[in-house]
Design a protein around this ligand. Sequence first.
Ligand code: NDP
Length: 290
Amino acid sequence: MKIAFIGLGAMGFPMARHLSKHHQLIVWNRTRSKAERHASEHGTAAASELAECAAAEVIITMLPTSREVDEIVDKLMPDLRAGTLWIDATSGDPNVSRLTAVRLAARGVAFVDAPVTGATVGAENATLTIMVGGAPEDFARALPLLQICGKKIIHVGPVGAGHAIKVLTNSVMGATVWITCECLLLAKRFGIDIKTALEVTNAGSGRSNASENLLPMRLIEGKWPLVFKLLHHDKDIRIASTIAHQQHASTPMLALTQHLFTASLNQLGDQADYIEVAKVIAEMNNATWE
Ligand code: NDP
């Protein structure tokens, strides 16, 4: 099958690599050198023009937000062919993706939103969990391709449902990271070693993905890799807040989490990793993690 993959960032680059082992891939990236590197390392074809992607049977986008996806849709629109399937793996905005799906449907192009969870390690190892919004027949078409990149693929509902659950689950993660860091710092102030506090947390009911996998490396070993931009995490929580607003829902914890992450982003900048909110929490307490 001929697939066009658009967006070779931290997530897209390895996902396109997995797909290229089974299908004919044409890749496009805003910074062309990444597409050329993908082509030379994985035998894909680097598109010289974005428009070349319109000839593919399936187009996959993995971009920062729905805004960039819509820009690409606009640019490809004149060349799109009826019968094409568009899979948007971006963690996008369900309100935007519903409108995008309608615009594409007018050209005979089917759309599913298929955001992923599992971080860069999941993308590298093809163990992502992928949540899909779309019509059942479009989900059925996307499934064999998504199974190449992920381990668990879940059809959540109609178009937009994938994007909605993605930002909601990331909001849970954000709140968990924040409260875990607050309490670990408090333990430290009380005189308990962070390593010991984490050991207890992970052996008890306070454990989470954050306490087990994300925080030990940063807080104990002092290693702060950039794996998921705080910029993207903040975007997810702000989309979740919009959903709450639209649903007339009372979600004070979500609102607080959004404000804390947005304030951290303003402080740390676009290139910070999301777990660096721990540094903001330390600063708020005139403390350090060392
Ligand atoms: P990156 O910042 O690593 O990559 C972003 C990609 O989008 C790059 O290919 C970049 O091109 C491209 N891009 C940015 N702006 C534009 C634009 N205006 N027009 C065209 N292309 C553009 O992001 P990630 O791969 O980390 O994230 C991608 C999506 O996946 C996000 O929605 C994120 O929330 C989600 N996600 C990320 C996870 C992670 O752990 N990193 C985990 C799960 C989901 P260029 O190379 O030129 O900059």
